[in-house]
Design a protein around this ligand. Structure first.
Ligand SMILES: Cc1cc2nc3c(=O)[nH]c(=O)nc-3n(C[C@H](O)[C@H](O)[C@H](O)COP(=O)(O)OP(=O)(O)OC[C@H]3O[C@@H](n4cnc5c(N)ncnc54)[C@H](O)[C@@H]3O)c2cc1C
Length: 487
């Protein structure tokens, strides 16, 4: 059993009690004023953003407390494949020389449909390289880089390597070890339930926390960093901001990411943006298996055996279509032995095998369809129509069209039917920040002492993201906050 599945089993149990850290104005005002401790910064959340912030702040000589509500890093970071992005790093060994910071920025803006905040996006593009080098030098993170992937990752992809899989798990573990070595006051099983402010100046100067001993307060001289992730596992918020298409998606990552970015900051009236935006992808919900590239290699059908989506779209859009265009959020990829042997799909087939997800196999399409509980004649007719269109170069006349640059024929036995759903990866909405990571209020002014990083932030991502850009931006802004606070 993989590390990921072990973690999921543990967090399934833990998630039930984790929702609903909503702070109220009453709670904030009721907090008794206490003298600031000899502590500079309090960081909430031990994911990539919070840990990078803690490590960099400690390196700069700041006294830091990092609070994590679970017994270890438990957010999306530990589920992440572990791709980060760089333009000209030492790990790329000259294999990306034709690239530029400007091209990286343009690609991020293109993927966010021009709606990502330009200043935040440029900050990520400009600081990515030095942040990756810093992760290596400071926390011993190793990367494998240099492979050329499809646009927009290209040769920018840096995969975290190490004993722990996936790479995101290795990233958090290495950062936790480094934080401990630097003397960061790391407190697990400690949940922030409210943000506190100086009652005279209004500056953020502490948190109310809940541990098994009960409620108490911690104060800091220079503020609080919200690194608590987004709201992907808070069904009420997903329904409210994203709608029922998102709400019926199984979760691809952490099940305890409950919207503290919005709930904890709400009393201070931040400018909250992009809450309707999220990333999704294919998943076999009951097991967590990920058919990723398989969804672009074959014929995608619904329970009636009909095509309903364009297999040439991104896996994000296809996943959205599955959730919104099928009544039960289930679709089926029909592929063949050529697809089974395609090396690009090796990890995806392995994911189904490793996690025990079903793949229905038959020597004929009808046999595979029968095993999948689908109408054999209908599925066979749909695949035949698709194959004919591929052979006659008439995929544009299919309804819906298939726009894959090179659509594979599905005709070499045995045949495989892979069931999957659209699954929620991460939400893109939250308080808007400036390039120092300061949370802005509704009048675009920084809220004194309130910072946010990683998936807690809104503004950077819209519609989709360049694979690797989320972890990169969490690290970039984690470092930026530490350096701004140090001054
Ligand atoms: C399957 C999957 C694969 C992905 N792969 C990639 C990839 O390869 N590259 C990439 O760039 N992005 C990837 N992502 C996205 C990436 O994982 C996230 O963007 C990133 O990990 C977010 O980091 P974070 O620090 O903001 O938050 P998280 O890692 O989510 O951490 C937040 C932490 O805050 C804690 N917390 C929450 N509330 C409180 C509270 N009240 N008090 C104390 N602690 C609290 C949580 O327990 C958690 O540990 C992937 C996501 C998924 C789901």
């Amino acid at each position: 059993m993989s590390q990921l599945t072990n973690r999921r089993g543990f967090f399934k149990t833990a998630a039930a009690g984790a929702i609903g850290a909503a702070a109220s104005v009453e709670t904030v005002m009721a907090a008794s004023p206490k003298a600031s401790a000899d502590r500079d910064l309090i960081i909430l959340g031990a994911g990539c953003g919070g840990l990078c912030c803690a490590v960099r702040a400690a390196e700069l000589g700041l006294k830091v407390t990092l609070l994590e509500k679970m017994s270890t890093s438990a957010g999306n970071t530990i589920y992440a494949a572990g791709f980060l992005l760089g333009v000209h790093t030492s790990f790329q060994a000259g294999k990306n020389d034709a690239d530029s910071v400007d091209a990286f920025y343009e690609d991020m803006m293109k993927v966010s449909q021009g709606k990502g905040d330009p200043k935040l996006t440029r900050k990520v593009a400009e600081d990515a390289d030095k942040t990756l080098e810093w992760l290596h030098k400071s926390a011993g993170i190793n990367f494998s880089a240099g492979s050329k992937l499809v646009w927009p990752m290209l040769s920018r992809a840096h995969l975290v390597t190490g004993k722990v899989k996936p790479g995101g798990g290795q990233l958090s573990l290495s950062l936790i070890e480094r934080a401990k070595a630097l003397g960061v006051d790391l407190r697990f099983n400690t949940k922030a339930v409210a943000i506190l402010q100086d009652e005279k100046t209004g500056a953020i100067n502490g948190v109310r926390i809940k541990t098994k001993e009960g409620l108490s307060e911690l104060r800091s001289k220079k503020g609080v960093v919200i690194a608590t992730g987004g709201f992907s596992a808070n069904q009420a918020m997903v329904t409210q901001y994203i709608g029922s298409g998102g709400a019926k998606m199984p979760i691809r990552g952490s099940r305890i990411i409950a919207g503290e970015n919005i709930a904890l900051t709400a009393p201070f009236l931040p400018k909250v943006v992009n809450v309707d935006q999220y990333h999704c992808g294919p998943i076999h919900g009951p097991t967590g298996a990920n058919p990723l590239n398989i969804v672009n290699n074959g014929v995608c059908i619904n329970r009636k055996g009909e095509r309903f989506t364009n297999e040439g779209q991104t896996y994000v859009q296809m996943s959205r279509d599955v959730a919104s265009m099928t009544p039960d959020n289930w679709a089926f990829m029909v592929t063949d032995q050529t697809g089974r042997e395609n090396p690009v799909l090796a990890n995806d087939w392995d994911s189904y095998a490793r996690l025990g997800a079903p793949v229905y196999v038959g020597n004929t399409i009808e046999e595979a369809a029968k095993k999948a509980g689908l109408d054999p004649a209908k599925v066979a007719a749909t695949v035949a129509e698709y194959n004919k269109a591929v052979k006659e170069d008439k995929r544009g006349a299919l309804v819906p069209v298939n726009t894959l640059p090179k659509a594979p024929l599905v005709e070499k036995a045995p045949f495989y039917i892979v069931p999957f759903q659209g699954g929620m990866t991460a939400t893109f909405g939250g308080p808007l920040i400036n390039t120092n990571g300061q949370v802005l209020d509704t009048e675009n002014r920084p809220i004194d002492g309130l910072f946010a990083v990683g998936n807690a932030v809104g503004g950077l991502f819209y519609d989709n993201y360049v694979g690797g850009a989320q972890l990169t931006s969490a690290a970039v802004f984690g470092v930026a906050v530490a350096e701004f606070v140090k001054g």
